[in-house]
Design a protein. Structure first.
Length: 78
């Protein structure tokens, strides 16, 4: 899952070396949180107009998680 999120984000940004993903342990409900961080100048590229790109990233990640039998949430951190 982490590799998929990294690949999606690195394909969108100008500075792919600044992309990092941290993964939290599953919480009480079994949801694993993925925290995506990019360079400040690339935040607009990852979020998109009205959050459309961020929503698409979350949809792709949730679809992959369902196929793997996991519950996830993607957070885009500054």
């Amino acid at each position: 899952m982490k590799e998929l999120l990294l690949a999606l984000a690195k394909g969108l940004v100008d500075d792919p070396d600044a992309v990092t993903v941290t993964v939290d342990e599953p919480d009480a409900e079994g949801i694993t949180f993925y925290h995506l961080r990019v360079a400040q100048g690339d935040m607009g590229r990852v979020i998109g107009k009205q959050g459309r790109i961020a929503k698409a990233i979350r949809t792709i990640m949730k679809s992959a998680a369902i196929r793997a039998g996991e519950k996830i949430s993607v957070e885009i951190d500054e």
